[in-house]
Ligand binder design. Structure first.
Ligand code: TRP
Length: 481
């Protein structure tokens, strides 16, 4: 059974995809990764990675959604059948569902922190606080399972409610309301940071390239980030793409998504670093950048509490618009496959994520030192989930690239991409060889103890694998040139 949902307007897909892409990845992860990896140097490798991995796989994922017109699992089942490819490709759908479940479970916990900080800012709890007070405030939030559970529950329930209302009544309406509001808030924050922060220092940090800052670690972080921020490898864009009207140009839309997503990350990065430098704080704080350094910066500035609250509302809104796109693909699958109602399907996904999210919650407190995970793996549940995202998302993306690059025919791709022959061939070359090889490097990041000399070796194995994959199709299905 294929889906009957189609976005109401030609532009709605762009709105939805940007809603999915812009989230904690842009406002929280990008700035702290840039801060840790040398600012300008990170930005450079990040942009290069977007071009050779991000954009091609983004196009591939939307392409698979729109040409199958089904949710990711059913869509891949359909495409592998119609393209006489192995049924194993259906695992793209299963992998992406697993990734969505895991990522949403801790995404929701982190977005919950922003709820806490909105509240703290609004009540003026942090006015004139010093560094130690702000830091201990964050620590005591993490130490409280009940508070974390409360915020996590509120966040995931709100996201589930929107998806439960349906593609048109829920998702479209929410996005139409939220996205313009988020843009306005972003500009308000930017203006505020120009007025009260140290923008030249921020620009200098983020935009000037210090070649000595280039590092392999930074490049791997950039690669993982490009997957995360574009919502790749989790079926979100495949599911949204299935609702995209046939007429809208896929390649132009994909480019627009990447440009807007990167612009938001840059603006957020500039604004945050301007405030951080303005308050003479450390840009390389890591994941705590948004929750300890930034609140401290706000407390020192005029009207900081109010602007701080507005900032955290932006974070929550951006996170909700991303969270709904993690729920949608799995919920759509349950509707298609088991004929459940939308409300039931969304409830199943939401409750499963909520339950899994409790593992993240407890990893910060109850299990912090002697967790069963700690004992067995010497990492926390939260870290374990982070680690999985570095495996599942790239793996899904890799398979999406290979399938779209090798299985789809020239005619099919042309029909969807509506672009010139030259671009089509460039894209195809990228998804067949370049992106898969590059993704192999991300896997290495998940294996910290890997030896350096293995890296080219694994790259080579992936390229050979790509060739082997081509054989899987070619036997019965000769793409026409
Ligand atoms: N792109 C989102 C962000 O930047 C996070 C995200 C990662 C995501 N994977 C996803 C969102 C899949 C939706 C679906 O915050």
């Amino acid at each position: 059974m294929s889906t009957n949902n189609i976005w109401t307007h030609k532009g709605t897909f762009l709105l939805a995809a940007v809603g999915s892409a812009v989230g904690l990845g842009n406002l929280w992860r990008f700035p702290y990764l840039a801060g840790e990896n040398g600012g300008g140097a990170f930005l450079l490798v990040y942009i290069v990675t977007l071009c050779i991995v991000g954009v091609p796989i983004l196009i591939a994922e939307i392409l698979l959604g729109r040409s199958s017109r089904r949710s990711p699992i059913m869509g891949m089942r359909f495409l592998s059948r119609t393209h006489k490819a192995s049924r194993a490709w259906e695992s793209i759908g299963w992998l992406s569902a697993a990734a969505a479940l895991i990522i949403l479970s801790f995404y929701s916990v982190i977005a919950g922190w922003a709820l806490h900080y909105t509240w703290r800012m609004l009540t003026g709890a942090l006015i004139d606080a010093d560094a130690a007070t702000v830091a201990s405030g964050f620590e005591s939030l993490l130490a409280s399972p009940s508070l974390l559970t409360l915020y996590h529950t509120l966040f995931i329930a709100a996201s589930g409610l929107i998806v439960g209302l349906g593609v048109h009544r829920g998702i479209e309406n929410a996005l139409r309301l939220m996205m313009p509001a988020l843009l306005v808030i972003l500009l308000v924050i930017l203006t505020y940071s120009v007025m009260h922060g140290d923008m030249p220092a921020a620009a200098d940090f983020l935009l000037t390239l210090q070649l000595s800052d280039l590092s392999f670690e930074g490049w791997l972080a950039a690669m993982g980030q490009s997957f995360f921020t574009l919502s790749l490898g989790m079926g979100a864009l495949m599911a949204y793409g299935a609702y995209m009207p046939g007429k809208a140009s896929l390649s132009r839309t994909a480019l627009a998504i990447v440009i807007i997503d990167t612009a938001v990350a840059l603006i957020a990065g500039l604004a945050i670093f301007a405030l951080v430098f303005g308050a003479e704080l450390d840009p390389a704080e890591g994941p705590g950048l948004m929750f300890t350094t930034l609140p401290l910066a706000f407390t020192e500035m005029p009207g900081g509490s109010l602007i701080g609250a507005v900032f955290f509302v932006l974070v929550i809104g951006a996170a909700i618009s991303s969270a709904i796109s993690m729920i949608e693909p799995v919920a759509a699958f349950l509707v298609e496959r088991f004929d459940l109602s939308r409300a039931q399907s969304v409830a199943i996904m939401t409750i499963a994520c909520w339950g899994l999210g409790l593992l993240s919650v407890f990893s910060f407190n109850v299990w912090a030192s002697d967790s069963p995970f700690h004992a067995a793996l010497s990492i926390s549940a939260f870290e374990l989930m982070e680690l999985l995202t570095h495996i599942l998302m790239p793996l899904g993306g890799l398979m999406v690239a290979l399938f779209a690059g090798w299985a789809l025919t020239h005619g099919e791709i042309m029909k969807e991409l509506q672009t010139s022959e030259g671009w089509l061939h460039t894209w195809r070359f990228l998804v067949r060889f370049v992106s898969p090889a590059a993704v192999a490097f991300i896997f290495l990041r998940a294996i910290p103890q890997i030896e350096g000399y293995l890296i080219p070796l694994i790259g080579a194995v992936v390229i050979v694998g790509a060739f082997a994959a081509s054989r899987l199709f070619r036997a019965e299905h000769q793409p026409k040139h």
